[in-house]
Every structure is written in structure tokens, then in C-alpha cells.
Design a binder for this molecule. Structure first.
Ligand code: HEC
Length: 126
């Protein structure tokens, strides 16, 4: 974790010339606030699965596990941004046995595309 933070700091440092990148870079606290305000934390944990209601399986996967699954895969940011906005496809889920088996409902009413992409980039950097 610490090593990643350091790496992120180095990468961010090298982006300082770009004012746009700077405006988009938000810290952990801000991202947690955004995730909470967008309703994501009802179903997701960050570092570990959020227990489901009444001892059931977690509703959605912890984001650290999403990061493990997708990190470094080409197109992951765009794919996951679409999934967050439009909801997941229950027929192609790879989370089925690990979490509730429900699909993620569309979040497009709760969140803008820009904020969805911001959250996905944060998740992928975990
Ligand atoms: C009502 C519950 C619920 C809410 C609210 C919710 N999710 Fe999900 N999310 C899920 C479930 C269930 C899955 C697993 C879907 C599956 O099995 O493919 C999931 C999966 C994901 C994935 C992984 C998708 C994949 O293809 O592996 C990401 C990323 C994600 N959610 C991000 C978010 C973000 C960001 C928000 C807030 C804007 C959010 N979720 C809000 C239930 C929710």
C-alpha cells in the first residue's frame, strides 16, 4: 500500500505540469466522501467486504478485490466506468460465488460520468 502511495506521488509529481490532471487528482478523504455521497458504500467495502444484511454474503465486492481483478488490464477504466454508470450484467459476472449474485443497478442518476471515472481510477490504484 505504502509503496503504491509513493509511486502515485511520484507519478502525480510528474504530472504537475498539466493543470487538468492536477484539478482531477483528489486525495483519499475526498474520494471516500464522493463514494459515500454517491451511495456506493451501501453495497461496497473498500479494503474488505462490507458484510451483507443479516449475515448474508456481501452485496458487492470490496474495491480492493476489484482492483486486483482489473489492475493493468487494457481498457479497464473505460469498461468499469460504463459498468458503474449503466449497471452490471448478471450473466457475465465473475463475482457470483463471492458476493450476493445480484447485479449492480445503474448509478447514472446518482453520479456524473466524470465522477464515475474518478472513482474507478481511484479503485484501480488501490
Ligand atoms: C445497490 C448496491 C450497489 C451500489 C449502490 C453500487 N454497487 Fe457497485 N456493485 C454492486 C454489485 C452487486 C456488484 C457485483 C456485480 C457483478 O456480480 O458483476 C458491483 C460491482 C462493482 C464494480 C466491479 C464491476 C465488475 O465488472 O467487476 C465496481 C467498479 C463498482 N461496483 C463500483 C461502484 C461505484 C463506484 C458505485 C457508486 C457510484 C457503486 N458501485 C454502487 C452493487 C452496488
Amino acid at each position: 500500500m505504502f509503496r503504491h502511495r509513493k509511486l502515485a506521488a511520484v507519478l502525480l509529481g510528474s504530472l504537475l505540469i498539466s493543470p487538468l490532471a492536477m484539478a482531477d487528482a483528489k486525495n483519499d478523504t475526498e474520494m471516500k466522501k464522493l463514494a459515500t455521497a454517491s451511495g456506493c458504500m451501501t453495497c461496497h467495502g473498500i479494503e474488505k467486504d462490507k458484510p451483507g444484511p443479516d449475515g448474508l454474503k456481501p452485496i458487492g465486492p470490496a474495491w480492493i478485490n476489484v482492483a486486483k481483478q482489473y489492475k493493468g488490464k487494457p481498457g479497464a477504466t473505460e469498461f468499469l466506468t460504463r459498468v458503474v454508470l449503466e449497471g452490471s450484467n448478471p450473466y457475465s459476472s465473475h463475482w457470483k460465488d463471492k458476493v450476493s449474485g445480484l447485479s449492480m443497478p445503474p448509478n447514472a442518476v446518482a453520479i456524473t460520468e466524470g465522477n464515475a471515472r474518478l472513482l474507478v481510477n481511484w479503485i484501480l490504484a488501490m
